[in-house]
Write a protein that binds this ligand. Structure first.
Ligand code: FES
Length: 378
């Protein structure tokens, strides 16, 4: 493995994300799994994952997230959580709730699981089920009740976009009703399936302003009883986010087939090979692989990032977004108004202001060409 000469020596990967499987009963139109997820079906074995957990902890990782796909699809989830707990990680399950029976949550509690994040797609059965292209709303309500019964703090997560952003108040009401301690209203970022559906999912400026005002009102009303997070979509910003807190600085994701990545979607980047945990140790991968070193720090930057006074603040934004929008992973993230590609992004935002055009765009659901069973309810 070669090391980029300009890459600084990083600290340890504090956050290990174990993407256990791409299998998922849902078909969300904004899923962040790769669009070609079916091409990566060769999942790691239990023994492989146990080794990854050991190596991650030895490297200094302190938090371990179990996600997917739907991590409950893996029968060995409890074994892996138990090992992670024993090693001293803070463990976090990121789930749709589908498959969370009483027997499983009891076993996960015994295994030492610390924290659960439960996703909903909207506040009503009709829209939730449409957006996931499955009849899952009632199952999620049952999962929420189990999470509370087993005395977990609960983070409810709802991905927000054009088709549900006007329901933000009702989504907050649902979170209050199910006893969530935190509600993440995460505006969709346009990667993977959300990128495929971008023109149907990008909200209008008015929608965004109304939603932000509604969240503010609810924050005041709740007075800290439930924490509300509202993440604005990148496309409405003029400076990029510090994606993943900086490439290869904190996060280490291991995909279901063992490929180690600095972010969920990095494997789409051209000209960059990412090592597999079946063939290399996590220490080699983190400190010495080309994939993790290529965009570390600022040495790889070209203009306008290279001389930008904010380069240490945002590290040029997101490499994946730069590739998707500027066809160059080393370009400035086009979210930045200093990027020569920013005008094209603004044109996309302007297009989104026309309601009729967006309403006519059919959604592509993950793993389905179209929603066969469920009609669009709006
Ligand atoms: Fe890959 Fe931002 S999502 S670097």
């Amino acid at each position: 493995m070669s090391t980029a000469a300009t890459a600084p020596t990083p600290g340890p990967p504090l956050w290990l994300l174990a993407e256990l499987t791409y299998a998922c009963p849902l078909h969300c139109a904004f899923c962040y799994n790769p669009v070609d997820f079916a091409a990566h079906e060769d999942e790691l074995s239990t023994e492989d994952w146990l080794r990854v957990l050991n190596e991650g902890r030895a490297l200094g990782a302190v938090q371990c997230g179990f996600s997917g796909g739907e991590p409950l699809q893996r029968k060995d989830l409890e074994i892996l959580v138990s090992q992670a707990h024993r090693l001293g990680y803070y463990t976090n399950l990121i789930t749709s709730g589908i498959g969370l029976s009483e027997a499983r949550i009891a076993a996960l509690k015994r295994a030492g699981l610390d924290h659960i994040q439960l996703s909903f797609q909207d506040s009503t059965r009709e829209v939730n089920d449409f957006l996931s292209s499955t009849r899952t709303f009632d199952l999620k309500r049952k999962a929420a009740a189990l999470i509370k019964a087993y005395d977990y703090e609960m983070v409810m997560n709802c991905v927000i976009h054009r088709l549900n952003i006007d329901h933000v108040e009702r989504i907050v009401e649902l979170a209050v009703e199910i006893g969530a301690d935190y509600l993440e209203l995460a505006n969709v970022q346009f990667y993977s399936w959300a990128h495929v559906n971008r023109d149907a999912l990008l909200p209008t400026r008015d929608q965004l302003e109304r939603a932000e005002a509604a969240v503010e009102t609810w924050r005041a009303r709740l007075d800290g009883r439930m924490k509300l997070f509202f993440v604005v979509p990148d496309y409405y910003e003029s400076r990029p986010k510090k994606c993943m807190n900086g490439w290869g600085s904190v996060f280490l994701t291991v995909a279901p087939d063992g490929v180690a990545l600095p972010c969920h979607t990095a494997r789409m980047l051209p000209g960059l090979a990412f090592p597999n945990v079946r063939e290399a140790s996590l220490a080699d991968i983190w400190y010495r692989s080309e994939g993790f070193n290529r965009y570390r720090g600022t040495g790889w930057m070209k203009e306008p990032c290279a001389s930008c006074p904010e380069r240490e603040r945002d590290y040029g934004g997101c490499r994946c977004q730069a590739y998707m929008l500027a066809a160059d992973p080393a370009a400035a993230d086009p979210v930045c108004d200093k990027s020569v590609h920013h005008a094209a992004l603004l044109a996309t935002v302007e297009r989104a202001q026309h309601a009729d055009e967006a309403a006519a765009i059919p959604l592509v659901f993950r793993g389905r060409r179209e929603s066969a069973e469920l009609k669009r309810p709006f």
